[in-house]
Design a protein around this ligand. Structure first.
Ligand SMILES: [Zn+2]
Length: 234
């Protein structure tokens, strides 16, 4: 079906990138805080101990996500800036070699040599830096790294996700608390898994199943460890 490629709405990867990152952040927040609270509840903690543990877990996780994202995106941004500077220098130093470089790239992608030369000459006359950044290095303006924005959205999405099991832990009475925390956490990660898969254009049931199974295993393990530890120390 060659006509499919003419429909721009099928190319989801670049535009929904930040949205998918937020879904993943919220997923981390729900699962890690849900597991933390379930582990503490398994050890027989009181409501106030759960609240303390949950707020500490939410804060620590959100900060760690934000800082981690800031460092990773900054590094990417530094690399991009260095690549751009190097390319500018090469274009100024040896435009002939840079034209040949572009021609070889287009030839390798399947254009006949004379057409590749024509494309290279035209782009060298109109937008040499843009052509090199895009076709030689794979950098585009839309992918340009923004560290603060990435950090803020990771931090916020983790906190929003973490708030769900925390609210459940504080609001539900002791008798049903562990079950309610586990249920809210699993429903949350399954819904987010399906949303993340749908945003990426992938099968949403497979996405939901994957994260549902992984999440259930994580909760069961943490609860089991909490139970053992609670028995051991009390
Ligand atoms: Zn170049």
């Amino acid at each position: 079906m060659p006509t499919r490629h003419l429909r721009p709405e099928l190319h989801r990867s670049s535009r929904t990138g930040w949205l998918r990152a937020s879904v993943l952040g919220a997923n981390d927040g729900i699962l890690s805080t849900g597991a933390l609270l379930l582990g503490v509840a398994g050890a027989g903690a009181s409501r106030s101990a759960l609240l303390t543990a949950g707020v500490a877990g939410l804060t620590a996780g959100a900060m760690s996500m934000g800082i981690g994202e800031y460092v990773s995106v900054s590094t990417q941004s530094d690399t991009e800036r260095a690549d751009r500077a190097k390319e500018e220098e090469e274009l100024a130093d040896d435009p002939e070699a840079e034209t040949a470089e572009l021609r070889n790239i287009y030839e390798a992608r399947g254009l006949p040599r004379d057409l590749a030369q024509q494309v290279a000459d035209t782009l060298m006359a109109t937008d040499p830096l843009g052509a090199h950044l895009r076709d030689e290095l794979g950098l585009t303006e839309t992918l340009a790294a923004r560290p603060m924005q990435a950090a803020a959205s990771s931090l916020a999405s983790f906190a929003v996700g973490a708030a769900i099991p925390l609210l459940v832990a504080v609001l539900v009475p002791a008798a049903g608390r562990a079950v309610a925390i586990a249920a809210a956490t699993i429903v949350g990660v399954v819904l987010l898994g399906a949303t993340g898969a749908a945003l990426g254009g992938a099968d949403r049931w497979r996405g939901a199943l994957r994260v549902g199974v992984g999440g259930t295993a994580a909760l069961a393990l943490t609860y089991g460890i909490g139970l053992l530890f609670g028995t051991a120390v009390s």
